[in-house]
Structure formats: C-alpha cells, structure tokens
Design a protein around this ligand. Structure first.
Ligand code: C5P
Ligand code: ZN
Length: 469
C-alpha cells in the first residue's frame, strides 16, 4: 500500500476510538519526541480525545511488556517503537497499537494488527528526509485540516534530529511548505550564528563554536578586538550591539573578516558547518526562541533534564512553561559544561580512550545517560579530533545497564552506525537502534570490559580498512 492510503486507513481507525477512553501515549524525550507529542496533543484536543503522555529516553523490552499489564486499550508510540516492533506484537496483542516513527527499519511490510507508520518502510531515508514529528504531522493533517498550523513543529523536530543541512529533503520539505503556508515561520538568509537573535554580538562571536573562528572563538577580548578592528562599536549608548544592528557595510566587513580567518581551517573542518544559509524564524515568538535552532535546543534541554512536559507546554504556548524552560536551559548548559570538563580532565586515562580512528568516553556515573547523546554529538564537531573518527559514549543507568551513544566526527559515515553498533551489541545480548549517523544502545553492566575490548577491536579494524581504501 502507498504511504498516503496507509495514513488514511490509520486515521479512520483513530477517529473511531471512543472519546471517553484514555489513549496512552509514549514519546521520546528528545526535541523530536517532544514536538511529536505536542502535535498529537493539540490534534487530540481538537478531536476531544482523552489521553495521558509519558516521555522516555528509549523503549526497552521491559517497558513494552509492562504496558501489557495496563488497562489502556489504545497505545500510541511517537518517535520510537520501530526498533521494538517485534516485542510490541508479542506483548501487546490485546491492544490497539499505533507506532508513528522514522527510525530506520529493515522490516519492509506493515505490521498486521499494528498501525506502523514509518516512511522508511516506503524507501524514505528516516535519518535525513523525515523527522518523527513530521510523521506525526502527516497523520494529524489527515485527521483535521486545522492541524496545518502544527507543521512548523515537524520542522523543529527535524532540526532537533540534525536533519537540516542548509535546507530540508523529502517529506520534511513538504512539511516546511505547510509551515510557511500557515504563516508560522519564515526563512531568512544570513549568517547562521547561534544566539544571534538575543545576545550581544561580541558574545555571539566568542561562543561561535560550530562556525569556528580561529583566534576569536573562546575569547571575549579577541572578539571585542575583532569588532574594534572593523570599526564596529561593541556597545552603543549603553546597549550591547547585536548582529541585527549592523549597517550593511559593517556586516559585509565582518563576514569577509571571518571568512578570511577561517581560510586556515582544513577542508574537512569547513565541511562541518556552513556560515551562510537558512534561518528558520518563528513568527511572533520571543527573541530567545525566534530561531528554530534555539527553540530546538531549549526543548531538548527540557527533555534531558526530566522536564519534557515543560518543553511541550512551551510549544503549546504556555507562558509559565516558557519561563521554566528558559531556566532549565541554563541548568542544562551547566550540566553540559560539567560533563565536558570531566572528559577534559580524564583525557589519556582509561576513562577517555583515544586511538587512531576512534574515541571512547567511558563515563560511568559521571555523565547521566540522558545527556550522553548530546555530549557525544558535541564531539562530532570537535576540531581537535580527526574527521571520520568514531565516537562512543558510555554511561551507567540506574538499573545496572550501560547506555551507549555512537557517532562519528563530521557526521558523514560511510557505513551505517546503527548496523555497525548492532553487529557489536548483538554479541552481548543488548538492545540498539538509531540511524546512519547516530545510533544508541544498551547492554548489561556485567559485559562492560568485554564490550569495550570488542569495540576497540572492531573500530580499530574499521579505521584500518578505511585507511587502506
Ligand atoms: O541516545 P542517543 O542520542 O545516542 O541515540 C541515538 C539514536 O539511537 C536515537 O535515534 C535513538 O532513538 C536510538 N536509540 C535506540 N535504542 C536505544 C538507544 C538509542 O534506538 N537503546
Ligand atoms: Zn526522531
């Protein structure tokens, strides 16, 4: 069956759910999952459906089994579920199930008895062309045309899942069209500095890590010097100058100077991030979240610090939630800084293994599993690590498991990281899932030593193979 007809079928089934029944919703706690939940929540309110939502970091077999003991008849999984489809069928036979996901799957058919909406079944690349939230949006749009105003959340989800690469691809692009048509967002062309909407320009330059400016990034003084050398006042009439305050010729001079400074960087470094490109602006929003990348970061912070519902509240327009989310973002930044400092302090010890071709951060209880993915992802943009280096983060969960996050510097892997991790985790009876360029998993702590040894061997081998190529 073709994707659109399949969506229609699922929507018809969903409409028939009794409005007195409570629908159980399980969603992923990252930005994409929270956006997915926000879309479905708004859509369900419009249909007068009752529901309860739980956000989780990953879907384990245990969790699926426990759902079988609950009273709810209808269960909806958002931005997860695909990797557990077999267990869902096994343990939740008596329930009516909806899985709205985009994680890659080798299962090519729709599942009998389970509404399994995943465009990757239809040949769409779930890691690049469609976010989980975009999938939920396509479902919501079929449910009610009013939900067109939720398209922008599909885009925020896609940004959260690193699917924006100076534009969008495939289904995400169709969702983007709807988001623009419904007058929720605008695309602006410009410098893609993070924080430029609400921070002083010199701070933006100092904090510019993704667009690395040699000799400037990391130093307030050097950032101020750069502005001075271009005759740009860092402060005017007691107010810090922002990017938007620059005259056209000042902006031109600043860009030229940055491009010049970046010429010393390697081609691979330049490939990691483009200076210019699209900025997706949320119309009528507060400066802190006007740039959808910043909104996405704030939502992610909420999820990672156990406040997914605050993030969702913010997306649904709650002012109190916005304030709490702003505060949560600050806390989150502190957590991240603490983790990065810990890694720095453990370099060249058994905790941070750095060899040719790979890096393993074995954080134990020092980094919470909830931010492990974010931390590991941050290293994919690290300029001190060679392009193409495999990155693996490990951290202890509360129930004697080890959470694994697997990435690659530069985010352009030749092989699927999900498959590669799967082939290793399989040997330890673990769980795993994810995408081409980002995978994650779980093993029991008793396998720690053997697992690390195997990883070292496998990744070392892969790195060698690539050199020989
Ligand atoms: O947690 P992390 O950000 O490292 O996860 C990377 C990817 O792997 C995500 O898409 C996540 O959904 C997936 N994953 C999974 N099963 C796990 C852990 C992560 O499918 N046990
Ligand atoms: Zn996702």
């Amino acid at each position: 069956m073709e994707l659109n007809s399949y969506i229609k079928q699922g929507v018809e089934r969903f409409k028939n759910i009794d409005n007195k029944e409570v629908i159980r919703v399980i969603s992923h706690l990252d930005t994409d999952g929270i956006c997915s939940a926000a879309i479905l929540t708004k859509a369900m309110i419009r249909e007068r459906k009752k529901f309860s939502i739980t956000f989780i970091n990953y879907l384990s077999e245990e969790f699926v089994r426990a759902l079988g003991n609950e009273q709810h008849k209808h269960i909806i999984f958002l931005d997860l579920g695909t990797s557990q489809i077999k267990n869902i069928k096994k343990y939740l036979k008596e329930k009516e199930i909806y899985v709205l996901d985009h994680h890659s799957t080798r299962i090519r058919t729709e599942e009998e008895g389970v509404f399994h909406l995943n465009p990757s079944i239809y040949g769409t690349d779930g890691s690049k062309e469609v976010s989980g939230a975009s999938v939920v949006y396509l479902f919501a749009k079929e449910l009610n045309n009013k939900n067109l105003d939720l398209a922008y959340l599909g885009i925020v989800g896609a940004i959260g899942d690193s699917q924006e690469n100076n534009g969008f691809l495939g289904l995400n692009n169709e969702v983007l069209d709807d988001a623009i048509k419904s007058k929720k967002i605008n695309i602006e062309k410009g410098i893609r500095f993070f924080g430029a909407e609400n921070k002083p320009l010199y701070k933006v330059l100092k904090n510019s890590v993704d667009i690395y400016i040699p000799g400037v990034t990391g130093s307030d003084d050097k950032a101020l010097e750069l502005l001075e050398s271009l005759n740009i006042e860092a402060k005017k009439k007691g107010r810090w100058t922002r990017l938007e305050d620059l005259e056209e010729d000042q902006l031109k001079a600043l860009i030229e100077s940055i491009v010049l400074k970046r010429q010393s960087l390697s081609q691979n470094e330049l490939k990691k991030n483009d200076i210019f490109g699209n900025k997706y602006i949320l119309l009528g929003a507060n400066p802190e979240i006007r740039d959808l990348r910043e909104l996405s970061t704030m939502i992610n912070a909420c999820g990672r610090l156990d406040k997914a519902s605050v993030g969702m509240g913010l997306l649904l327009g709650d002012k109190k939630c916005f304030l709490r989310a702003t505060f949560t973002l600050k806390e989150y930044k502190k957590e991240i800084l603490k983790a990065i400092k810990w890694i720095e302090s453990k370099k060249r010890t058994k905790k941070v293994i750095q060899e040719k071709g790979y890096m393993i951060i074995n954080a134990g209880e020092e980094i919470t599993p909830k931010i492990l993915g974010t931390i590991t992802s941050m290293f994919t943009r690290n300029r001190e690590i060679e392009y193409g280096t495999y990155l693996m983060g490990l951290s202890r969960t509360f129930n004697d498991k080890i959470k694994i996050s697997f990435r690659i510097v530069g985010n352009r892997s030749k092989v699927s990281l999900q498959r590669l991790l799967e082939s290793i985790v399989e040997k330890f009876d673990g769980e795993c899932g994810g995408h081409h360029n980002a995978a994650g998993g779980l093993i029991h702590v008793k396998h720690e030593e053997k697992f690390i040894e195997t990883v070292k061997m496998e990744l070392g081998k892969k790195a060698m193979e690539e050199v020989i190529e």
